[in-house]
Design a protein around this ligand. Sequence first.
Ligand code: ADP
Ligand code: ADP
Ligand code: MG
Length: 472
Amino acid sequence: MFKKILVANRGEIAMRIIRACRELDIATVAIYSEADSTGIYVKKADEAYLVGPGAVQGFLDGEQIVNLARRVGADAIHPGYGFLAENAQFAHLCQISGIIFIGPSSQAIRLLGNKVKARELAKQVDVPIVPGTDGSVSGMEDALAFCRQAGYPVMIKTCAGGGGRGLRVVRSDQDLWDSMESSSREALSAFGDGSLFLEQYIERPHHIEFQILADRHGNVIHLGERDCSIQRRHQKLIEIAPSLILTPRLRAEMAEAAIAIARAVHYDNAGTVEFLLDQQGQYYFIEMNPRIQVEHTVTEQITAIDLVRSQISIAAGLPVEVSQDEVTLQGHAIQCRINAEDPRNNFAPATGTITAYLSPGGIGVRIDGAVYKDYIVPSFYDALLAKLTVRGRTWDEAVSRMHRSLEEFVLRGVKTTIPFMRKIMTEPDFRAGRFDTSYLETHPEVFKYDDDVEPEDLVLAISAAIAAYEGL
Ligand code: ADP
Ligand code: ADP
Ligand code: MG
């Protein structure tokens, strides 16, 4: 087993990795920017080093990070998600520098990093893909030809894509050109690759993804699925496990498809195979993410399998600890992303100082947090402050537990998604498990929530009421 791991990330996922290392008795090395020097993970790691320049560049400078790992005697690097997690060149650099990259091989990352190649691979192993262009589109004629044949709406996607970037729904010839241009521009600046492809737009699908664990001994297992249909701008907000709509037969079939794809790329480590499931019950592969995902917590809560611990032991060359038969799904889990953003203002990111923080607790409640009172939320990173995950014996219990936990959660000083999430937990369709990727568009009422009332305001209101009463 490793003696020391460098955590090439920040925020809640850095904390998550440090926790797994503590339990495995592995020392940890954190990296941080000046903007992030007050992060909890910096304090919790055994060693921490300032990397620059700027707030983001240091987390992306693979060479600097590998050199640091060698200098401080780390045997492995965990990339978390985002930053270098899906960078094949970085995985390769680790490999040739004698540092273990905690993730799949650079070849698997390279192949899966290109959605067009991943689609071809899925096709080869007979996994259904969304009808779309064969390969990337080279120009307007190509694109128009596909739209004529498939019919609108279509979805523009970026070959190198991720994090919802560059996705555009197009409903007419007139929109096609502008959307392709803006999508390509966005992809070029985000991924350094502006190439695009087109898919038929599936109306109101469910986003269903399977968690895979694979090792270097040929074992590939799945840990069931997550439904991540509640999204904004094609980015996930609430994730659940298991899905409320899969039949055991469909679950088995989709799991088999997910495993076939993992096997086809000789995948090892933890990964996620994403599908869309349409209203008719047909599923389509969309992509495989070769990394730990934000929403891995819901799978952990219903399987009791520690995915980050598994990533580390697989990277150390050990076989997956459990067999497929030993994986059981128990109860229902829900994760809410507690973001520093304002849902009512188009989810605009919020920054500021956290003036009060008290996390919820009690039975079935899990917090993966990264903030505390007086922490200043930097503006340079994604808006995730904490992940609140609950588990219940039944779906109904899980929803009530999430609602209760969101009520307990005190996080003040910046706008967060807490009051919005609380409203969703009381919305009848959500409570009944009726939701797909159109949920937020089709339920505008969830944006009409009461803002959190500051306790000070409450005290003032009560004293005013008492004064008024006594004055009578
Ligand atoms: P990313 O790499 O940005 O995560 P994905 O391909 O995984 O992109 O898609 C993200 C989300 O966009 C999906 O969960 C789904 O809501 C929506 N989406 C993607 N492809 C389609 C499609 N063909 N039809 C309808 N919605 C889609
Ligand atoms: P998940 O699939 O785990 O839900 P998200 O889409 O929420 O992940 O992305 C998690 C983080 O990783 C975000 O900061 C996102 O911008 C980043 N990210 C996702 N895909 C990529 C990618 N292909 N390249 C770089 N960063 C990415
Ligand atoms: Mg995706």
